[in-house]
Design a protein around this ligand. Structure first.
Ligand SMILES: Cc1cc2nc3c(=O)[nH]c(=O)nc-3n(C[C@H](O)[C@H](O)[C@H](O)COP(=O)(O)O)c2cc1C
Length: 184
């Protein structure tokens, strides 16, 4: 991309973060539910959908919630490097984000998140008596009060942005505010 200017590059970084931020508040935004890829405890790849809960451009951080007993938590505690992959048909944009994640199971961040989740229909997900992925047992009820909400903060290391377009695809690697154009 020889004909791009520094302002195109700043705009791209800004637009990406603005779409990420919008996805946290717009239920219909396609970037609301990225795929999170981790390294399994057996060293093999693992991937699943999560909901993006916060996107902070200044801190270069993405946030999702999970059940502290879910397998991904131990995976991230063992191997914090992970990837989030977003696709939006509307934008024709794919975003692959390399992150280093930190799992929070208590403290102010979790308390604030629980305040928010406990008012929503999702509250029951974090009150279930049985751990996600454990063998299903009939009759195991929720135990009100004892939630298992964990907040995962993911520091963005770099972004790989791909735009599909009829008149030519574009791809860029973004580290902070620097943009390197790549062959798509
Ligand atoms: C649309 C959608 C959104 C989801 N959002 C979350 C989420 O925000 N957090 C989460 O832990 N699991 C979420 N899940 C469930 C996960 O994809 C996964 O099945 C579950 O967390 C167990 O993953 P694990 O065994 O890798 O820990 C979502 C699933 C779907 C289909």
């Amino acid at each position: 991309m020889n004909n791009t200017t520094p302002s195109d590059e700043a705009n791209l970084v800004q637009r990406i973060w603005s779409e990420l931020q919008r996805a946290t508040v717009d239920r219909h935004h396609e970037w609301r539910s990225p795929v999170l890829a981790t390294t399994g405890l057996d060293g093999l790849p693992q991937a699943r959908t999560v909901v993006l809960r916060a996107a902070d451009a200044t801190a270069s951080q993405l946030v999702f919630f999970t059940d502290s007993r879910s397998p991904k938590v131990e995976e991230l505690q063992t191997a914090p490097a992970a990837a989030l992959v977003f696709w939006s048909k509307r934008l024709s944009w794919q975003l692959r984000v390399r992150v280093v994640s930190q799992v929070h199971t208590d403290g102010a961040l979790v308390d604030a998140a629980w305040q928010r989740v406990s008012q929503s229909a999702a509250a029951g997900d974090y009150l279930a008596a049985q751990a996600p992925g454990s063998a299903w047992r009939a009759g195991a009820d929720a135990s009100p009060g004892a939630h298992h909400l964990a907040v995962v903060t993911s520091r963005v290391e770099h972004l790989d942005w791909l735009e599909l377009a009829r008149d030519g695809h574009r791809r860029a690697r973004l580290v902070g505010s620097s943009v390197e154009w790549l062959v798509p």
